[in-house]
Design a protein around this ligand. Structure first.
Ligand SMILES: Cc1cc2nc3c(=O)[nH]c(=O)nc-3n(C[C@H](O)[C@H](O)[C@H](O)COP(=O)(O)OP(=O)(O)OC[C@H]3O[C@@H](n4cnc5c(N)ncnc54)[C@H](O)[C@@H]3O)c2cc1C
Length: 472
């Protein structure tokens, strides 16, 4: 069979070599045409259609070590899939040996020390489900099908970020299979340089087989959900958002969005597909406090839908899932913002009016709080001046609509990026964003990451990611 080397050259891999690898594994190995191969290679974004030569569904660290060793011995290109949610499709590479971690979804929670150990293929929902049994939660993202590893390796933010920082600020340690196929521990006590690099530098330094998250008391009930109004109400709603968010305590996270109304049961049928503005809120402190804080949202104007209520935290964590299904075509542009300015709100409304697909949206996430209080060099995620995230998200179904949707996304972004801190989120970068965008995301941390790469992966074995050149 044909397989690619790290340099992208196609070589022959003998059947005996492949059979030998299969025999040494606990998890299934598949090649094109085999059962399971298509599931392994498919990622969330249907714009990405790449075919690895071989996919291994690892069952544990031993399988990962075996594959990394095999790739090293034969100079084969490796790619690693966690949840497969990266918009740029970094989990999958043509002709590569893919390590698909989707069978590694175990989670163990120690309620006393408030630590969750999650295997490297876990999705956010796996961790939330197990931690909530103990009345605890990790700082994770907004959509439960996202992979914990990719999210954490790039930073990570969600409803708890305002209280406790980036997801990666809440990592106590990681188990990592390195480029020389060793399983090592990365924590503040062991291999501290590797630990620093892995909390924002992506999958550049090894394969994460387990992550220990520091947990916090949250739930089981929070006040959360959405209120929606006609888009014509956007000036008032966004002004309400701007002023409420500016004084909201860290327990309350507010998100504003504009989009065509999805066919959700809480929105009247005759509104489906029509332009709306909505506020999404989650208050993770005492529900009574939350209810008081969101009262101005619920009483504003004449909403067409309101599901901002007391609900289980785990349910809150999957509230947006249906809006982000696997298999649509997606294209995003994103910036960190220092504040919400009235002039930005005007642009936001104007560009929302030009949305080309019923699934697209303009979104403002509030993240300010704990992350701003740590020093710039605390982790490579940096961007400690970021207080909001602007995301221009296009989603559509057919390839013939690619151009219209991508053009709209770029136009809106080009017009609004003047409000940026100058920084952007590495995990939201699309396939066409180059080195200058990696620089915007990792900023001053890049030099140190290059040194760590030179020490831990001098041969650039882990290159199918936002790649950091050794010694750059
Ligand atoms: C619908 C949706 C919602 C999102 N919401 C949020 C959000 O609320 N907050 C947020 O911060 N981000 C969010 N993101 C962005 C998300 O953090 C990134 O897409 C992230 O890369 C997803 O991780 P994954 O494991 O699913 O990715 P994958 O596509 O599997 O991998 C992404 C990168 O990480 C590497 N990688 C994955 N697993 C491992 C591992 N175990 N060891 C080493 N390298 C690995 C891959 O090789 C690849 O380079 C969202 C993305 C989507 C699509």
């Amino acid at each position: 069979m044909r397989i690619r080397t790290t340099q992208g050259r196609e070589i022959d891999l003998k059947q005996e070599a492949l059979d030998g690898l299969r025999l040494r594994l606990r998890g299934p190995l598949s090649v094109p045409g085999d059962v399971g191969y298509e599931d392994s290679r498919a990622v969330w974004n249907a714009m990405i259609d790449r075919k690895p030569a071989v996919a291994v569904r690892c069952r544990g660290a031993a399988d990962v070590i075996t594959c990394v060793q095999f790739a090293r011995d034969n100079d084969i290109l490796l790619c690693i899939k966690g949840g497969g949610h990266n918009i740029a499709g970094l989990a999958v590479a043509d002709g590569a040996l893919m390590l698909d971690l989707s069978l590694m979804r175990g989670v163990w929670v120690d309620g006393r020390s408030r630590i969750a150990h999650a295997q490297g293929g876990c999705l956010l929902g796996d961790v939330d489900r197990e931690t909530q049994v103990h009345g605890l939660a990790g700082v994770l993202g907004f959509v439960s099908a996202t992979g914990v590893a990719g999210l954490t390796l790039g930073g990570g933010f969600g409803y708890l970020t305002r209280r406790w920082g980036w997801t990666s600020d809440n990592v106590a340690g990681m188990d990592v299979v390195t480029a020389d196929a060793r399983l090592v521990r990365a924590s503040s006590d062991e291999n501290a340089d590797l630990f620093w690099g892995m909390r924002g530098g992506g999958g550049n330094f090894g394969v994460v087989t387990g992550i220990d998250y520091a947990l916090h008391p949250v739930g089981p009930e929070v006040v959360g959900g959405l209120v929606a109004w006609p888009a014509s109400e956007a000036p008032g709603v966004l002004e309400l958002y701007r002023t409420l968010a500016a004084k909201a305590p860290p327990e309350l996270t507010l998100v504003a969005l504009m989009r065509p109304a999805p066919p959700a049961p809480w929105l009247p049928k005759d509104w489906h597909g029509k332009p709306i503005v909505a506020l999404l809120a989650c208050h993770s402190g005492r529900p009574e406090d939350g209810e008081k804080l969101v009262a101005p949202i619920k009483s504003f104007g004449k909403p067409i839908g309101d599901v901002l209520v007391r609900r289980p935290y785990a349910q809150m964590q999957s509230l947006l899932d249906a809006t982000q299904p696997k298999g649509r075509r997606y294209y995003w542009k994103s910036e960190y913002l220092p504040r919400i300015e009235p002039a930005l709100c005007e642009k936001f409304i104007a560009h929302a009016a030009g949305i080309r697909s019923p699934h697209s949206a303009l979104i403002l996430f509030q993240i300010e709080g704990a992350l701003n209080q740590l020093e710039a060099g605390h982790s490579p995620v940096g961007n400690r001046d970021a207080r909001y995230v602007l995301n221009v998200t296009s989603a559509w179904e057919k390839a013939d609509a690619d151009k219209a949707n991508i053009d709209w996304t770029r136009e809106a972004w080009n017009d609004m990026k003047r409000f940026s801190t100058g920084g952007t989120y590495i995990n939201f970068l699309t396939e066409d964003e180059g080195a200058e965008r990696t620089q915007a995301a990792l900023g001053k941390g890049l030099g140190r990451l290059g040194e760590i790469k030179a020490k831990w992966d001098p041969g650039n074995v882990f290159r199918t990611n936002r790649n950091i050149e050794p010694g750059c």
